[in-house]
Design a protein around this ligand. Structure first.
Ligand code: DHB
Ligand code: FE
Length: 279
């Protein structure tokens, strides 16, 4: 059976991707942030997953505002980096895992999670930046990737509770897969940030710290946070944090916090990184 070997929470700030792509990671603005990635990258190299299920949101790149699936699963052999207006990022094409992805589709839909099935899709910074954060700049990504998109750009996004239960269902499906793959689940986006309006630039260190504490120790309580609380406390884009609950749901009730780092400034976001293993 396939085996879940860990979970990673990771922000997806586009400027982090640009700093890596343009060789700016040693500059004074960026160096303190990149120094905090080393332990997480060492953990990832150590657990050496065969496949990562990356829970992320598309930012109107693969899906226009004409069609916005709540949950969309990538089944393709490969996923090219999206052109978000400046040309595609100079990162490798993402290799999918159609066998495991179709298995997930079947078990999750029969488990009453009505996923949209995606056979062709470019992947934007929501997915490629967390890969760069965790893997650096390899010639090819060191593992296969199953993209799982969550709508957090158009109201109403799914609830935190729904995301948490989706993670639990993903875990049941991983456990039932007849391969010997080692799997890491990523929850991406967040933490607090707001990119527009009067509160643009909002960052809430206290909310984010309490969110991470709760995600580790009391995920049922965190799953109950209503949308309006994310909006008020973490800003309009802070709702991306519901995707971390999918990752947390995939892990068992008790987890060990392997590593946590947060950082300001990286563009407009309180940047978070969390590595969890089952206790
Ligand atoms: C930023 C953060 C995001 O999550 C995003 O999708 C775009 C920009 C930022 O902090 O600049
Ligand atoms: Fe985002």
């Amino acid at each position: 059976m396939a085996r879940l070997v860990g979970g990673a929470g990771c922000s997806h700030v586009p400027a982090v991707g640009a700093a890596i792509d343009k060789g700016k990671t040693a500059e004074p603005y960026w160096a303190p942030y990149f120094a905090k990635l080393e332990r997480a990258r060492a953990w990832m190299a150590d657990v050496d997953p065969d496949v990562c299920i990356v829970v992320y949101n598309d930012h109107a790149n693969a899906f226009s505002l004409e069609v916005i699936p709540t949950f969309a699963l990538g089944l393709a052999d490969e996923f090219p980096p999206a052109d978000e207006g400046y040309g595609p990022r100079p990162v490798p094409v993402v290799d999918g895992h159609p066998e495991l992805a179709w298995h997930l589709a079947e078990l999750l839909i029969l488990d009453e999670f009505d996923l949209t099935l995606v056979n062709e899709m470019p992947v934007d910074h929501g997915l490629t930046v967390p890969l760069s954060v965790m893997f650096g700049q390899p010639e090819a990504w060191p593992c296969r990737v199953i993209p799982l998109c969550v709508n957090v750009v158009q109201y109403p996004p799914p609830t935190g509770h729904r995301c948490y239960r989706l993670g639990q269902a993903i875990r049941r499906a991983i456990d039932a897969f007849e391969g010997d793959e080692r799997v890491v689940v990523f929850g991406t986006g967040g933490m607090s940030h707001q990119l527009q309006g009067e509160r643009a630039g909002l960052i809430n260190l206290d909310f984010d710290a309490a969110f991470l504490d709760g995600l580790v120790a009391d995920p049922d309580a965190i799953a109950g946070i209503p949308h309006v609380e994310y909006l008020r406390e973490a800003g309009s884009e802070g709702i991306e944090l519901v995707m971390w609950l999918v990752m947390r749901g995939a892990l068992g009730p008790q987890v060990r916090e392997v590593y946590r780092a947060t950082h300001v400034p990286t563009s407009n976001t309180h940047n978070g990184l969390l590595i969890l293993e089952e206790a």
